[in-house]
Ligand binder design. Structure first.
Ligand SMILES: *Cc1c(COP(=O)(O)O)cnc(C)c1O
Length: 387
């Protein structure tokens, strides 16, 4: 064991692979349950796009949470994992007909609709089935989040949602359509957000909007505030579970829920981020003119976040206790952006050493690709190494 990893059991296992600490996942779910349980009418729908490994979905389903999907494939994965259809919500700017039909057939809780054009298509498809689709409108609140530009979603310039100004008109259009029922409002301002002020700003916008709608006698049953709570990538060992108390308390302090109104959350990263680790081996140590490279058998095809958003992952050599040396830690893919970290200190590396990249449970395995004709990494949970 080093750093909570059963490294003896990793011998002979083909690298790279994902290793999920299922105890940490269960503890994280228990922490959410404890904090969310303190607030009446609060519900969590796990954002499946962060990680749809069936073993992970099963653990989350067993904890009793719902699911937030952004594609038909995700809806199917959740149904297969046993999530109750009426706990599944579905968002996305480009829902195709078969995806909408799947949602209608399964009778999911509601569609988070992102445009009038989409609303009309849902109405038509529901009519063809003689059904009424429950719809919630995704509003673009024009709230900037303090996070990487590629993962903000709530600004007017982003493609997501319906503008605040258009809201009432859209609700009126929906009222005139026979096969849709308006059940709520949806928001999602971005990801990896660590400043609670961003969420309280969102609450302020929602409060304003609610007053406006109320003045017109429009009733909103559900408010869905999306996800976005970040994790501590710098200190995964000391801070493995996000501060869910602070997060839910922020909403409880700043959002004026009406009696009987339900508040929905769609957390992804905060649920699964810290339990996942990418395990890889050193292929070569290469001494170049000015620097030293540790070349791993994992690359951007296995974990794309560093190449895509300059994301930081803590890296550790599980096989060596030798003195620290400085490396550029890179993968084998034929792209210059296939770099995990530059100038990173690791215990001296040798061919075959096991290396871990931590905090890789969210947007890791699920974003893997076959570029360079590579195999997709396998995802294992703790129980897979139990015997
Ligand atoms: C991605 C996404 C989420 C989850 O975001 P996290 O930052 O992983 O919590 C929630 N809701 C919607 C609509 C999303 O697109």
């Amino acid at each position: 064991m080093k750093g909570n990893f059963p490294i003896d059991k990793f011998k002979g296992v083909r690298t790279p692979f994902y290793y999920y600490d299922s105890e940490l996942l269960r503890n994280t779910l228990a922490a959410i349950k404890e904090e969310i349980g303190k607030h009446e009418h609060y519900h969590l729908h796990y954002a499946v796009k962060a990680n749809a490994n069936p073993k992970i979905l099963k653990i989350i389903k067993e904890a009793g949470f719902g699911a937030d999907c952004v594609s038909g494939g995700e809806i199917q994965a959740c149904l297969d994992a046993g999530f109750p259809a009426d706990e599944i919500v579905y968002a996305g700017v480009g829902k195709s007909d078969w995806e909408i039909n799947l949602g209608l057939d399964a009778e999911i809780a509601y569609f988070n609709v992102e445009s009038i054009a989409e609303l009309e298509v849902i109405n038509e498809l529901a009519a063809a089935k003689g059904k009424t689709a429950r719809v919630s409108f995704r509003i673009n609140p024009n709230v900037g989040a303090h996070t990487h530009a590629n993962i903000t979603t709530g600004l007017a310039e982003n493609k997501f949602g319906i503008a605040m100004e258009d809201m009432e008109r859209v609700i009126q259009i929906a009222a005139g359509l026979e096969h849709v029922a308006f059940v709520g409002l949806h928001f999602h301002i971005g990801s990896q957000i660590l400043e609670m002020e961003d969420f309280s700003t969102l609450c302020g916008r929602i409060n304003q909007l609610q007053e406006k709608l109320e003045a017109q006698g429009i009733e909103v049953k559900n408010i869905n505030v999306g996800g976005g709570l970040g994790i501590d990538y710098q200190h995964p060992v000391d801070h493995p579970i996000p501060d869910f108390k602070d997060y839910f308390d922020t909403y409880s302090q700043h959002l004026n829920l009406r009696p009987g109104q339900h508040l929905h959350f769609e957390l992804g990263r905060a649920v699964v981020g810290q339990c996942g680790n990418l395990i890889t081996r050193v292929l070569y140590v290469k001494q170049a003119t000015t620097k030293q490279f540790a070349i791993l058998d994992a690359g951007m095809t296995d974990l794309i976040r560093p190449a895509l958003y300059q994301a930081y992952h803590e890296i550790e050599n599980l096989s060596s206790d030798e003195e620290l040396a400085v490396y550029d830690v890179v993968g084998p893919i034929c792209e210059s952006s296939d770099v995990f970290a530059k100038g990173y200190k690791l215990n001296r590396c040798h061919r075959g050493d096991l290396i871990v990249l931590r905090s890789a449970g969210a947007y890791g395995e699920i974003m893997a690709s076959k570029y360079n004709c590579r195999e997709l990494p396998v995802g294992y949970v703790t129980e897979d190494f139990a015997s």
